[in-house]
Write a protein that binds this ligand. Structure first.
Ligand code: GAL
Length: 612
């Protein structure tokens, strides 16, 4: 079947073509319909496609280039940055809410299926337990849940900016208010504790700590105090805080001053921010991540120019790999500081993506495609840090030094070993196939739409045509539930990037069509069957991976704590285990079935302390 299809039909049929749209001159991509949501291929391609769309069809009205905004760290300078975004929505609540009554878990839902058809969460592999001290929790990210976008001295971030550009967020929602976790965190932490899970992985907003981002700019004490209380609240409720320094929300000022992560200047600014945060919360946080999913972030860096410009020497084609280089140096510098400052605890970054399987078994080109996918998706950051101190050979063979700056011996020494554990946001595992024109032809043609990774993700079995698993919401067409491949994936992560322990740092599912339901349909929203099945099947496989395969997994984090701003899908793609009623003045949260299932699963599989 494969060989009979034309290139374009094949690309249309196959999932996950890694378009590097920025490789293509604007004039050749002017078929706007191909840029609209139906042509999306993955979460990062979504963002790329849509931001590309604004760049060429809805150019921002401000005409500022990188370097054109002066470094004015006064209140007037801050206002000028906010003017780039325009008016933002004011939240309905403007102070921290202290819950008046303790949160208790409502009565659980009835069994989903008759017992002859499916077991309840408590009956899934009941003899297998998580290791002692296992972190079992929920995950969130500052931009996606906090809201209060302009409050208490915060500066704007690139995502605050992007969310206000027409066409970026499909449903035109912004994250200006969203869940208002910034003021409602006490209730949110109490609700996590009520579920009986024991941790929360969240991120700090760099622009709340340094509104102007830069190392010579003033720190915002309100931001420092805020997260101090957020962390203290977690500890008070026995919910372990796991902290990410950077979840894609670059202070807009740094993009304006020098082009953000496309510039070497970012390295020292990030390290300074990291040191400030380490110092402020040392002793209260044990597990730290420098960066969330750097590969996904850098794949999009070329489409977050400051208006239409990037720093000198960088263009939208090579920006991704310049970003990779500076980000890796920023990570290594932050970890070096962490160790030199004797910060207590452990630190690494969060990888994403998967090690796939050859679509056509024993086909050497597809076997190579698997390697290319793993190298471009995970190895790009994980090889230098965990194994070789250098970029994967596949990247060096494909990308000339003007695309991918080479790591010097000194760089390698600084980078290798800068992780205490391996963390992976592993949502799914698919097959990989070679491009229809062959890998060599693709690698030698930088205008091939699949270049430079030159592999195709396939979400259905070559032999049978059956999907790898049930589909999620149409807005997240990159995601199918694939529990049956979890164990083999974890074996591959551990074999390729060995570390003393692994955190399963994010996994989750967008229940189809949840985003189109109204608050009156709450009883249907809370019945999130596909999400519940996703979590229960993944967690069963995870237990087998730990107990049968010996994988040293010491934590698992469900994405997400509640519905939130899902990047360019806005409020329309829902990942929450709690529903948020965006029409209610208190932004009321309601547990969905999946929250109860996670709670039950953890209670049943928790290792009880053994009395001596
Ligand atoms: C992850 C990302 C999260 C969230 C999630 C669901 O890749 O870290 O911020 O968006 O995907 O799409």
């Amino acid at each position: 079947m494969y060989l009979l299809l034309s290139h374009s039909t094949l690309l249309a049929l196959l999932y996950g073509v890694e378009f590097v749209l920025s490789q293509t001159a604007p004039s050749t991509i002017i078929n706007a319909s191909s840029l609209l949501p139906n042509s999306r291929t993955s979460v990062c391609d979504d963002i790329r496609v849509l931001v590309h769309y604004i760049r060429y069809f809805n150019r921002p009205t401000h005409n500022n280039n990188v370097g054109s905004i002066p470094r004015d760290y006064s209140p007037a300078g801050l206002s000028r940055l906010w003017d780039l975004i325009g008016p933002v929505e004011v939240p309905p609540i403007t102070t921290t809410v202290i819950p008046q009554t303790p949160v208790t878990l409502p009565s659980p839902p009835p069994a989903l299926y008759p017992a002859f058809f499916a077991v309840t969460p408590k009956d899934i592999l009941p003899d297998l337990k998580f290791p002692q001290g296992f972190l079992f929790g929920v995950a969130s990210a500052a931009y996606q849940v906090e809201g209060a976008v302009k409050d208490e001295g915060k500066g704007p971030s690139i995502w605050d900016w992007a969310g206000h550009q027409p066409g970026v967020v499909t449903d035109n929602s912004t994250a200006d208010v969203v869940d208002l976790h910034y003021y409602l965190y006490k209730e949110d932490v109490a609700r996590i504790a009520a579920l009986g899970v024991n941790s929360h992985s969240f991120s700090i907003s760099w622009a709340r700590i340094f509104p102007f981002g830069a190392s010579d700019s003033p720190v915002n004490q309100q931001g420092i105090n805020h997260y101090a209380d957020v962390i203290a609240t977690h500890l008070q409720f026995n919910v372990t805080p796991v902290v990410t320094l950077f979840h894609w929300d670059v202070p807009l000022a740094l993009n304006a001053y020098y082009g953000g992560f496309a510039s070497p200047n970012i390295v020292d600014d990030f390290i300074h921010y990291a040191k400030t945060v380490f110092m402020a919360y040392n002793g209260s946080v044990h597990t730290w991540y420098t960066f969330n999913e750097p590969q996904v972030f850098c794949a999009n860096v070329g489409v977050f120019p400051f208006n239409l410009s990037l720093p000198n020497g960088v263009n939208s084609s090579n920006a991704q790999f310049h970003c990779s280089y500076y980000l890796l140096k920023a990570h290594a510098g932050a970890v070096k500081a962490f160790r030199e400052m004797n910060i207590s605890g452990e630190i690494a970054f969060k990888s994403s993506d998967y090690v796939g399987m050859p679509w056509r078994a024993n086909n050497t080109e597809d076997i190579d495609a698997v390697e290319r996918h793993a190298a471009f998706g995970i190895g790009v950051f994980a090889d230098p840090v965990y194994t070789s101190g250098d970029w994967p050979q596949i990247l060096k063979d494909t990308l000339s030094p003007d695309y991918l700056p080479r790591l010097t011996e000194e760089d390698s020494k600084e980078i290798l070993g800068t992780a205490d554990f391996f963390a992976i946001d592993a949502y799914r595992t698919y097959w990989n196939a070679a491009p229809p024109e062959g890998i060599d032809a693709c690698v030698s043609n930088s205008s091939d739409p699949l270049w430079p990774s030159c592999n195709v993700e396939v979400m259905f079995d070559f032999n049978t045509g059956w999907a790898s698993g049930p589909a999620s919401d149409p807005l997240t067409s990159w995601l199918q539930a694939t529990p049956q491949f979890l164990r083999s994936s974890f074996k591959e992560y551990h074999r390729r990037w060995p570390a003393p322990r692994i955190y399963y740092s994010e996994f989750g599912f967008a229940q189809p069509f949840e985003g189109v339901r109204t608050p009156a349909e709450l009883f249907q929203i809370t019945e999130d069957t596909d999400r519940t099945n996703y979590y229960m099947t993944y967690l069963g496989e995870l237990l087998l991976s730990i107990q049968e395969d010996g994988m040293p997994v010491e934590g698992a984090f469900a994405w997400a704590i509640m519905d939130n701003a899902e990047w360019n899908s806005g409020l329309s793609a829902r990942f929450g285990i709690q529903y948020v009623n965006y029409s209610s003045p208190t932004l009321q949260r309601t547990y969905k079935r999946s929250a109860f299932a996670l709670s039950d699963f953890f209670q049943t599989h928790l290792q009880k302390e053994v009395a001596i």
